[in-house]
Design a protein around this ligand. Sequence first.
Ligand SMILES: *[C@@H]1O[C@H](CO)[C@@H](O)[C@H](O)[C@H]1NC(C)=O
Ligand SMILES: *[C@@H]1O[C@H](CO)[C@@H](O)[C@H](O)[C@H]1NC(C)=O
Ligand SMILES: *[C@@H]1O[C@H](CO)[C@@H](O)[C@H](O)[C@H]1NC(C)=O
Ligand SMILES: *[C@@H]1O[C@H](CO)[C@@H](O)[C@H](O)[C@H]1NC(C)=O
Length: 391
Amino acid sequence: MKRNLASQLRLKSLLTMVGSRKRSNIKRPTWIIVLLSLVIIFLIGAYVYPPRSSGLCYFFYSRGCSGNSGNANVFSRELTDEETASQVVVREILKTPPLHSKNPKIAFLFLTPGSLPFEKLWHKFFQGHEDRFSVYVHASRGKPAHASPYFVGRDIRSEKVVWGKISMVDAEKRLLANALRDPNNEHFVLLSDSCVPVHNFEYVYNYLMFTNVSFIDCFVDPGPHGTGRYSEHMLPEVEKRDFRKGSQWFSMKRQHALIVMADSLYYTKFKLYCRPNMDGRNCYADEHYFPTFFRMIDPNGVANYSVTHVDWSEGKWHPRSYRAQDITYELLKNITSVDESIHVTSDGKKTVMLTPCIWNGMKRPCYLFARKFYPETLDKLMHLFSNYTTF
Ligand SMILES: *[C@@H]1O[C@H](CO)[C@@H](O)[C@H](O)[C@H]1NC(C)=O
Ligand SMILES: *[C@@H]1O[C@H](CO)[C@@H](O)[C@H](O)[C@H]1NC(C)=O
Ligand SMILES: *[C@@H]1O[C@H](CO)[C@@H](O)[C@H](O)[C@H]1NC(C)=O
Ligand SMILES: *[C@@H]1O[C@H](CO)[C@@H](O)[C@H](O)[C@H]1NC(C)=O
């Protein structure tokens, strides 16, 4: 037995030796061949696709090269120190596969001035799913009175929020930061006091958890309420052609929430140069910072639509707000059946863009939540809730 084992071991080491000798014999010529082929491929590539600005750009910065040719020279510019640092951090976070918790939760982030008129409805929505969600409330004007135990003790430290100012983004970041402290939170949804759920919990949970994108609204509006708000003070880091618009009501996967925590470069650009009365124009950071930032750092990681429905079809300054008499089974069915997101440009053409809502490669209904509802709609919504959320 013993001898047998010893001879086996000897045989094994002999094989290893043969193997390694073989490998070292092969090593040199293989490397030379590989190197030569790479050089040849590079030369052919350079010949077939003559570089417009910098040849390296084809290999290292494909997004830049497919952009407007007028801007091609921009990509030969050197990155600033902050940009280099930012790219390194963002790429590292994006390529680190997310650690999945055994008990994954969705964090519901409520951004509200005070008490939440729909707590009773949310209570109904959450009931029975206690280990799969967590609630955070940022009440900017005073401590809210809570009607549901799911909301009691869930207020975070808050600060005043001024509509259209950076304090709005700060409050969103504050909610994200607090929710990130719980490692079980894997997806983060921002909601307002006038927001209601239009599907049951199970549906919402699966929709958000079983996808690898964030639902961040993002589109190009060439008009005065879109690109017209861009300021060249944002150069060189934020170019006009990257400037995007979108609703502030996002949902975000954990990786993206972490990236938001890590970003100070782009945040500062928007804080300083996208604000009311900037160069005589009004820019609202909450409508541009996330759409532009994610468009730049992870364009394929965002769905480009918000999962919160809102009706702008009246074409006024504020979206349609639903009164008690508007609340019908048909209205809610209508909202849940929409499967194309709608964007209208603010220029003279008022171009309407319909984009299918694609969820993991399939066309799906777009909306999980809706706004804006007056508090008076609560009773009717409570009454209809189990009906419109079953299918
Ligand atoms: C998300 O998953 C789909 C397939 O399920 C894949 O095609 C896509 O590349 C993924 N996107 C990201 C950003 O990982
Ligand atoms: C979102 O839009 C960007 C272009 O801005 C595009 O590259 C990306 O594929 C879009 N995302 C999805 C999920 O379609
Ligand atoms: C529902 O949608 C249909 C078709 O778009 C429309 O005719 C109807 O007025 C809508 N009903 C409500 C209550 O919004
Ligand atoms: C709920 O739906 C059923 C069948 O669709 C209908 O008969 C019932 O009246 C609805 N209830 C309410 C409260 O609308």
